[in-house]
Ligand binder design. Structure first.
Ligand code: CS2
Length: 491
């Protein structure tokens, strides 16, 4: 392969025409967003919304990214002046866009104070956050003081957890007499803004007695629903996009054309004109969050565990099996959609069909293993709360029970020497339960429901749900996934 010059500000104009030149390139202003968790998702979602707002209006906002632990993204993007390409791809679309609004990346594990200083800088008006479910360090929506990182941050004054960073930075703003800011959560959690507000204020209580009341008056927290399928970057994608643009872009990302961002309109001061990129500013995002978490993420997780049991590498392979597609369609139509209030203006059948088509997009391959991570933190809001809601309405959550049984079988397969690896912050507890109950499946299911900390209290004592999960768990072992799926959809 001919070696290409590295993408950077000096040679962006030499990129192939397909890339286009960002209209706002070179603009400067004192409006900054600090984004905590500058991974692939945020770079292909929130950064794109900001880029479009910048390109379409006279108002310019820049982003200072933060990686709390790994220097990887900074090391990749710094040599190219933080420019990178997003390629949106499906059967019918193929768009390239250059992102130029990222101006720097700070790495918390190298210099936590620099992160605090940036959030506490006068120019910072907004903090956006994508740190995944585990980054919130919550238990029942409050600060989990038993969390090791949080406990250490409280005890030693260190800064490693998200609540510690934000609470310390906000204290610094208060002490400096600066204006407050708006903090926007962009993770797949219901009430994400409220949870973030709780953990930050709980941490603030450990720092200074009157910090909470300053936060009440000066800091706003917004919940949001975010949606876009963005796989982790791969070397193959980097090569393909570098060829497309004629410059080497080590930070290139591939994603689907679809994107959605529904934002609680609760800003303290100005914000980028994200609506220029299609964002919806609403009074209450709860119904949108529930819809997306249950219809998309719940089905995504079900697919990931079923696909892993089938030995499939990618989501699009699993959903393209007829028995799996029929199962997912049923999970959506008979269970997930019945467990929620569909926001007005949304046609649920159309929404469901669109989600299935998005899963089938083989041009944006998404690994089952990526979706399968951190199941203990994802299952409640994606599948288990729906099961509870359905039980209240006397609807049997059969498909959800099967998805939960598939998760269990996936963990059991790993614990007894599966050929795949499992990543979950609670893996120790889950494996302990599996080992202690390996000879008795009924006992295993009931202990998992009662003691793993995964199942909401409201479902823990539900014998009917427990026996459904047990039945499917046994059938998965005796009949295999394909037959179990065929049986459930034939009912
Ligand atoms: C996925 C999500 O990895 C996962 O758990 O379900 O990242 C999903 O792709 C996005 O939420 C789509 O908006």
């Amino acid at each position: 392969m001919i070696s290409q010059p590295r993408l950077n500000k000096a040679n962006l104009s030499q990129a192939k025409a397909a890339l286009g030149q960002p209209a706002s390139m070179g603009n400067r202003s004192d409006n900054k967003i600090v984004h905590i968790g500058i991974g692939a998702f945020s770079r292909a979602h929130q950064a794109l919304y900001t880029q479009i707002a910048n390109d379409e209006t006279q108002d310019y906002w820049s982003i200072v990214g933060v990686s709390l632990r790994s220097p990887g993204v900074r090391d990749t993007l710094k040599p190219q002046d933080y420019l990178y390409t997003i390629k949106e791809r499906s059967l019918n679309e193929d768009n390239l866009r250059c992102i130029s609004c990222l101006e720097d990346i700070l790495v918390g594990s190298e210099n936590a104070q620099a992160v605090i200083d940036q959030i506490a800088d006068e120019t910072t008006k907004i903090v956006t956050v994508t740190v995944t479910e585990k980054g919130y360090c919550q238990a029942s929506q409050r600060l989990d003081t038993a969390n090791k990182a949080v406990a250490a941050d409280i005890e030693s004054g260190s800064c490693t957890s998200l609540p510690a960073y934000l609470a310390r930075a906000l204290l610094a703003r208060k002490e400096a007499g600066l204006a407050g800011i708006t903090i926007v959560s962009c993770d797949n959690l219901p009430n994400n803004g409220e949870i973030l507000q709780n953990v930050v204020k709980d941490f603030a209580d450990t720092l200074q007695a009157d910090l909470r009341s300053w936060l009440d008056d000066n800091v706003r927290f917004c919940s949001t629903m975010v949606d876009r399928i963005v796989p982790a970057a791969t070397e193959q994608v980097v090569q393909e996009i570098s060829e497309d643009i004629g410059l080497h872009d080590a930070g290139a990302l591939l994603c689907e054309p679809y994107k959605q961002w529904v934002i609680e309109d609760n800003f303290l001061s100005s914000r980028p004109a994200w609506e220029e990129a299609g964002a919806l500013l609403v009074e209450d995002v709860a119904a949108y969050e529930k819809l997306k978490l249950r219809m998309l993420n719940g089905c995504h997780s079900a697919l990931a565990y079923i696909g892993s049991l089938l030995g499939d590498e990618f989501i699009h392979q699993t959903i393209s099996r007829p028995e799996v597609e029929a199962f997912i369609a049923r999970l959506m139509a008979s269970e997930q959609s019945q467990s929620l209030q569909v926001p007005s203006g949304i046609d649920i059948d159309q929404y469901s069909r669109a989600v299935i088509e998005r899963f089938k997009n083989k041009y944006v391959p998404y690994r089952n293993a990526q979706v399968a991570t951190d199941g203990s933190l994802k299952l409640p809001q994606r599948l288990l709360f729906s099961a509870y809601d359905l039980r209240q309405k006397s609807i049997a959550p059969q498909c959800i029970a099967l998805a939960v049984a598939a998760w269990l079988q996936y963990l059991v397969g790993y614990t007894v020497g599966g050929s795949y690896s499992v990543s979950d912050p609670n893996l120790g507890t889950l494996e302990g339960i599996i080992r202690a109950n390996s000879k008795d499946s009924a006992q295993l299911v009931s202990t998992m429901m009662l003691q793993s900390g995964v199942f909401p209290e409201s479902l823990q004592q539900d014998d009917v749900f427990e026996s459904m999960v047990f039945e499917y768990y046994q059938s998965l072992q005796s009949q295999g996934v394909v037959d179990v799926l065929a049986n459930i959809t034939a009912r």
